[in-house]
Write a protein that binds this ligand. Structure first.
Ligand SMILES: Nc1ncnc2c1ncn2[C@@H]1O[C@H](COP(=O)(O)OP(=O)(O)OP(=O)(O)O)[C@@H](O)[C@H]1O
Length: 296
């Protein structure tokens, strides 16, 4: 559906994307995780052709690129980017915004009432946007994407300014979009939230995808023990830890359990429990843990 090949861009001396490659399919939600200023927005801007890469290509549906205006129009019929709150029209109501997006991309606004209901906006959607709180504006921006209903959606900081209830509501809508076969990119600093709906999370570092965590496949199970750095170094003098173990962000020891027999697994659990009893869990690594591994 969407193929990124060898995307590179640099500003002055700073390399932001460096020969980045990615294939993405319909029905996928791809989380993009990286610290501030790494290149998430730049990546989205290149996918949407708001920014030209220094080299590389964005290919849609196996054949369309931004080589000419005709193909750009074709691509943009199927792609939306998350509106910025500052781009909302103060004097227009939420309904006006939704109808605008619906008719621009969809040619009809018949589904707008269903979007309003789904996002529980009925009590405010007829008021002018200038009267909305931050969270109300953010929900409207998301609703506009739902109204546009395109196949590819690029969502930058979609959860910004939302309270817990609204984060849950939007997460639910993202899961619905996946069921409907959309391809959704979500750049977010709410890392645990990505675990709820992303099929995979890519971690950007120094212009490249330094790690891709897939949630759809069998994931490696780890014995995870919280321990400070002096306990970790002391432990290493007492027992030989498996070569593949990780010590993440100076606080989390992770011992892979895959390939071990049940009795070996139990032995590791007993050993770590007897030495450092508290805060021990068994399970796969989540987005937070990989983030700490690569960026801490
Ligand atoms: N037009 C531009 N001119 C010069 N530098 C730019 C431009 N656009 C982006 N950059 C630089 O590129 C880098 C990546 O910026 P980008 O906005 O893509 O990061 P981000 O990962 O989206 O950050 P955040 O999490 O803060 O939104 C930053 O160092 C930024 O200063």
């Amino acid at each position: 559906m969407l193929k990124l090949t060898n995307l590179s861009i640099a500003y002055q001396n700073k390399v932001v994307l460096d020969h980045l490659n990615l294939n993405a399919e319909k029905g996928e939600i791809i989380g993009v995780a990286a610290p501030n200023g790494t290149g998430k927005t730049t990546l989205f801007n290149i996918i949407a052709n708001y920014t030209k890469p220094d080299s590389g290509q964005v290919v849609f549906g196996g054949k369309y690129t931004y080589r000419n205006e005709k193909e750009e129009v074709l691509i943009h019929k199927h792609l939306t980017t998350f509106p910025e709150q500052k781009d909302l029209f103060d004097e227009l109501s939420g309904t006006d915004h939704l109808k605008l997006y619906a008719s621009m991309w969809n040619g009809t606004s018949k589904h707008v009432p269903a979007v309003i209901d789904k996002l529980q906006m009925r009590h405010y959607v007829k008021k002018k946007a200038k009267t909305y709180s931050l969270g109300m504006r953010q929900r409207l921006c998301f609703a506009m994407m739902m109204a546009a209903d395109t196949t590819v959606m690029l969502m930058d900081e979609v959860m910004n300014g939302l309270d817990v209830t609204n984060v849950a509501l939007i997460s639910e809508c993202l899961l619905d979009m996946k069921q409907e076969g959309k391809l959704v990119f979500v750049a977010s600093h709410l890392l645990e939230n990505l675990d709820l709906y992303a099929d995979r999370v890519i971690f950007l570092k120094e212009g490249k995808i330094v790690h891709e965590q897939r949630f759809t496949e069998d994931r490696e199970i780890y014995l995870k023990a919280e321990m400070n750095s002096s306990d970790y170094h002391e432990l290493k003098t007492k027992i030989e830890l498996p070569a593949a173990h990780m010590y993440i962000a100076e606080h989390l020891l992770c011992i892979p359990m895959g390939g071990l027999t049940l009795s070996e697994q139990t032995r590791w659990i007993e050993r770590i429990l007897s030495l450092y009893g508290h805060n021990l869990t068994v399970g796969p690594l989540g987005t937070v843990e990989y983030y700490e591994k690569y960026f801490s």
